[in-house]
Design a protein around this ligand. Structure first.
Ligand code: G
Ligand code: MN
Length: 258
């Protein structure tokens, strides 16, 4: 896999790697407000490989630099296309891996990609997981501060699963909290879960964090989120990760050239 990945990233030939965008909406009206960039790999001779499998390989093989460059460039370019064709001021979120964030050149590389693609820093969100920053290398935290200094925002991904340290919500420079789908899927199963969600929203509010509910799959879940005033939601109910052309076809007013 390491060899194939290196080949895929070499010399501009991206052999099956692609970046898809998943809509992030305001649940009250379903309008698209942003997109999350998700990398996928459809190797010609294999079943599709998930980032959970190949990102660790990229990390171990020293390929996160080229992988990150590919993802950021495609994400910014496609987000710009979607923003322009829909006439909406969308935000773009991009997942960052541990090694990527720990690279001292990371902030400069991101800023260079924003400049090259013409995508605004103020509409860009870096998604990090708690476990990733758990290592909490001083460099990772410095990188997040540096990017925020340039107008980017930071989201904590997968919140509410595994080992969530509340103290980290205080120590990390954070703007968005992404509530994990495994929690969202349970909010309609009991009133206690719904109340737990309400408490998480109060927590986010108290810390000036904006909540994004992930993995929304049913109308019933969407109704609960709307009732509780959750600002943003994402999930198969609103759209799968898909190529930008499909999102343009769906969200752009008719007659807008791509
Ligand atoms: O860790 P992170 O939240 O960035 O992972 C996003 C992953 O979740 C992607 O692989 C994406 O395809 C998947 N995903 C997105 N929306 C849904 C959903 O509504 N249900 C499920 N089961 N998975 C989803
Ligand atoms: Mn994510």
């Amino acid at each position: 896999m390491a060899r194939d990945l290196a080949a895929a990233l070499a010399g501009g030939c991206v052999g099956g790697l692609s970046v898809h965008l998943q809509p992030i909406v305001t649940p009250a009206d379903g309008a698209v407000a942003g997109v999350e960039a998700l990398v996928g790999w459809h190797h010609p001779e294999r079943v599709p490989v998930s980032p959970a499998e190949f990102v660790p390989v990229a990390e171990a093989e020293g390929l996160v630099g080229p992988l990150g460059a590919f993802v950021w460039t495609a994400a910014c370019r496609d987000a710009r296309t979607l923003s322009e064709t829909t006439g909406r001021r969308l935000f773009l979120t991009v997942n960052v891996s541990g090694r990527e964030l720990d690279d001292p050149h990371f902030p400069d590389r991101v800023l260079a990609t924003l400049a090259a693609t013409g995508w605004p820093a103020g509409q860009t969100v870096v998604e990090v997981t708690e476990s990733l920053v758990e290592a909490e290398s001083a460099r990772s935290v410095t990188a997040l501060h540096a990017l925020r200094g340039h107008g980017l925002r930071v989201a904590i991904d997968d919140f509410g699963t595994g080992y969530s340290a509340l103290a980290r919500l205080d120590t990390l420079p954070t703007d968005y909290l992404k509530l994990d789908g495994s929690f969202v899927s349970s909010i309609t199963t009991s009133t206690r879960r719904a109340r737990l969600l309400r408490s998480v929203m109060a927590l986010a509010d108290a810390l000036d964090l904006v909540l994004i509910a992930e993995g929304v799959e049913t109308e019933e879940q969407a109704r609960v989120l709307t009732t509780l005033g959750c600002p943003f939601a994402q999930g198969y109910l609103y759209g799968r990760p898909q190529p930008v052309a499909e999102l343009v076809a769906r969200f752009a007013p008719a007659g807008v050239p791509v």
